[in-house]
Every structure is written in structure tokens, then in C-alpha cells.
Design a binder for this molecule. Sequence first.
Ligand SMILES: C[S@@+](CC[C@H](N)C(=O)[O-])C[C@H]1O[C@@H](n2cnc3c(N)ncnc32)[C@H](O)[C@@H]1O
Ligand code: SF4
Length: 391
Amino acid sequence: MLATPPLSLYVHLPWCVRKCPYCDFNSHEYRGDGGRGEPPFAAYVDALVADLDHDLPLAWGRTVQTVFFGGGTPSLFPPEAIDAFLRQASARLRFAPGCEITLETNPGTAEHGRFEGYRAAGVNRLSFGIQSFDDGCLQRLGRIHDSREAETAVKLARDAGFDNFNLDLMYALPQQTQAMAERDIERAIALEPAHISHYQLTLEPNTVFTARPPAGIPDHDAAWDMQERCQALLADAGYAQYEVSAYARPDRQCAHNLNYWRFGDYLGIGAGAHGKLTLGSEQAILRRWKAKHPGAYLASAGSDAAIGGDERIGPERRPFDYMLNALRLNAGFALTEFEARTGLPRSAITTQLATARAQGWLQADGGRIVPTELGRRFTNDVIELFLGNAD
Ligand SMILES: C[S@@+](CC[C@H](N)C(=O)[O-])C[C@H]1O[C@@H](n2cnc3c(N)ncnc32)[C@H](O)[C@@H]1O
Ligand code: SF4
């Protein structure tokens, strides 16, 4: 039987000042033809609320445990727009006491007074897109901010009372040495964040970097060494790795992302947003995504035309979808939770688990299945074992 897992709310805000050459997220420059302009904040909030209203029957009576404003660059939106959305959303859905509400922030958009406004609106966690503290690296990444602005933005947020914030860093950057990667980690730790996300730069299809790869991208072994050394520095400073790219101080893990990785449910509101909902009465799992382009989304939000697609995840696909998330976690998953969230008996994955254990990739620990160090190095191979076969 499928049980109803915790529910999160993801809100996508799709504009950026400038498109970064490595980025394949649904993000769009809004300054057409060198003009100034600004995104249509108020119209977009109206569209988000209409979109939420349209999805509400999928989540009747449920409580939202976490909210995440992702992008794009959510910090382009003025606090009043975030406040207007949160007020209307919380009139439609119950928010759990202490609900984690995160907003992604680009240091290049930090202004005095902004952070106070976000806090007053109910945001209680920030995630800064820092990427690096090396100005050469930042330039090669096409970022709109430099290291001084990054440090200033974090200090402004702290002065506004935010003590729960994440710093996004990337490594294996063009012309980055091991020492430079370590220096980035040290400068991040000096800002005393609650959480650090440390992503290896990947060349995504349909990006400028893939069309014209920059010189000096560290090779696979060099990237692995950077990851290992940085992980050790983070551990020494009290940041424990709990997911492939995520490190946190005790009790500061990102509740929103943890819900994804545990195969929880989420409503996805906004241009191109993806949602996943367990429909108890139908014993089904629905994935729904929205029209991707901001213009098309604005024109259709609240109607069926804004639904980019609906897909029901059948039993044969569920083990793979579940592992794609759960095996990213250092703590792995409980077999009882696998059963509750996929609606399948554990016998559906007996063969694959046996293979993974024989390879030394997974181990059983009481009722939990936990990736070994080797398994963490070959996460994709382990997950592939579960492709298209529920036995
Ligand atoms: C959705 S982005 C939003 C953050 C915000 N827009 C910013 O960039 O300041 C979240 C994070 O994904 C990471 N990221 C984006 N593209 C990446 C890529 N090609 N490889 C690795 N990490 C990437 C970056 O660290 C980025 O901060
Ligand atoms: S600011 Fe963030 S979302 Fe926008 S283009 Fe750059 S990496 Fe992508």
C-alpha cells in the first residue's frame, strides 16, 4: 500500500540578470536588447496563485512541511512579491509550524533592506549561489558578482537575522587547481554557514560551455581528489556530508531537499516546475510539470494549458525512481520506507540488492540499506541496477 509521505512546495522563479554559460536550468534573461526593464513580478505572483489553485485538489487536506523558491534568481523578486505569494499560499494550504522556507539568492542582487523584507515575509533560510571566491574563476563562469560582493551579501543576510543559510560552491572549474578549490572551501567555512552544497561542474547539453568548452577543466581524477580533500576540510570544520553534494552542521540539513531524496511529495508551481504527488485513493504516483517558457506559463497559468505533462509512475518504474533519490543519501533508506513510498513489497528489489551487495556497493544495516564508500563512488552504476525491473 502506498502511504502518503510529507508534502513540500516548490516555487520556480525563472528569470536571471544574465544567463551563465554552464547553466541548463529553466532561467531566462529579462533585459531584452540591452534594455533595462524588469520581470513582471506582480503578474507572475498572480500566475503562481492561479497555478496553485489549479493543483490544490491534488493535495486536499495535506500540510506543507517545506517551501523552496528556486530559480532562476528568486532574489530578483522584491520582498513584497514573495510576501504576497506566501500570504495567498498559506490561505490555501496549511503550513506546518516551523515550516522551512528557503529562497535562492544571487549575491549580485543583494541590496540593503532586501533580507529584512524576506524575513518579514516568512523566509527563514537562504541559499546563496556563490560558486567560488576566486574572482578569476567567477569571471570565467560568467557570474555577475565578485568575491567581495559575495561576502558582503552573506554579512547583510546575517545582520538581518538569517542564521540558517547555505552556500553553493562548484569545483573542477576551468583553470582551478587543488589549492584553489581548498581555498574556496576555507573562505566558505569562514562565513559560518549552516550548510554548504559542493557541486562538481558538469557540462550540460545545450549550454555555451558544451558548445565551446573552456580551457583547463580538471580531469576526472583531479576532480575526485578535489572532492576528497574538500570533504575532509568540511568534516574537520563540523560539516558532515549527508548527500552526494550536501554538507551540514548538526540538525541543519536541508529539510526540503531531504524530502525529495526520501521520495516525498511536492507540488511544483511556476514555469517548468515539476511536482510529484501520491494519490492515496487511486494508489497512484503522479508526476506533473508546467509549461516551461515564462511567456507561455504567464498566459496559461491556472488552466489545463499550463500543464506541460502528467505522467503516472507505474510499479515497474518505482524502484528506479526511488533509488535515483534515496541512494544519493549517505544514510541510505529503510526498507519499510521503500515499501510505504513505492507501494511495493521489499521482495521487488531482492535481486538487485543482492547484486549490489555482492559488488560491495551497498550494505544492510538492520532494516536499512546503506551505500558503502565504493557505492558512493559509483552511485550511477548502483542506481542503474534498478532500471525497468520490479521483478
Ligand atoms: C538552480 S541554481 C540557482 C542558484 C542561483 N541562480 C545562482 O546561480 O546564484 C543552483 C545551483 O546549481 C549549481 N549549478 C548550476 N549549474 C551547474 C552545473 N552545470 N554544474 C554543477 N553545478 C551547477 C550552482 O552551484 C547553483 O548555485
Ligand atoms: S544565476 Fe543561477 S539559475 Fe541563473 S543562469 Fe546563473 S546558474 Fe543559472
